[in-house]
Design a protein around this ligand. Structure first.
Ligand SMILES: [Zn+2]
Ligand SMILES: [Zn+2]
Length: 176
């Protein structure tokens, strides 16, 4: 299997021992995935996508187990500095012929038609759902000053604190 094409697997290529697929997809494979965009303010793919999976079949049930490995760059939600993260979503998928519906609790479930299993949409969807919603560069990131925009991790600014504990205001009133 080459790294440029889609992730299509012929049932006839799956031997009794299963089919081990190791390939690397370029970021272009993910064009059109919502949430992955170009531009610094967005999450973007920062590596190729390594695909490592084993495909087995039993009668006409196809099982796919493995993992994807890739890196993203995304802005810290507090200070906007770029954070690089490695993402490794696990692949646990069962496919049945389209005319047969089966429930599976602990694995994802898809159908296929004919003699070819097309993993493209599933794997792209797996990548989309594995993207973190909110990322911080560090648990104690101080973020940006809401008034002047200074990155408070790097330097202090002279701005007054914008936020005041409301209990303070009540105490002040009581003292008057
Ligand atoms: Zn930060
Ligand atoms: Zn400031």
């Amino acid at each position: 299997m080459t790294g440029v094409g889609a992730m299509k697997i012929s049932l006839s290529d799956i031997s009794d021992d299963g089919l081990h697929v190791q390939t690397r997809m370029s970021p272009g494979w993910l064009d059109n995935i919502p949430g992955l965009k170009t531009g610094e303010e967005y999450t973007r793919l920062a590596s190729d996508i390594d695909v490592d999976l084993v495909v087995t079949k039993s009668l006409r049930e196809v099982t796919v187990l493995g993992e994807l490995v890739f890196s993203i760059e995304t802005p810290c939600s507090r200070c906007l500095e770029t954070v690089r993260l490695d993402i490794k979503p696990e692949i646990r998928l069962m496919l049945s012929p389209a005319d047969k519906v089966k429930d599976a609790d602990d694995v994802d479930h898809e159908t296929y038609r004919g003699d070819v299993v097309d993993l493209d949409d599933y794997l792209r969807g797996l990548i989309a759902v594995s993207l973190p919603v909110k990322v911080v560069c560090a648990e104690n990131c101080r973020g940006l000053c809401p008034k002047c925009g200074t990155n408070l991790n790097n330097e202090a600014c002279g701005c007054e604190k914008g936020w005041q504990d409301p209990r303070f205001a009540v105490l002040k009133k009581l003292r008057i």
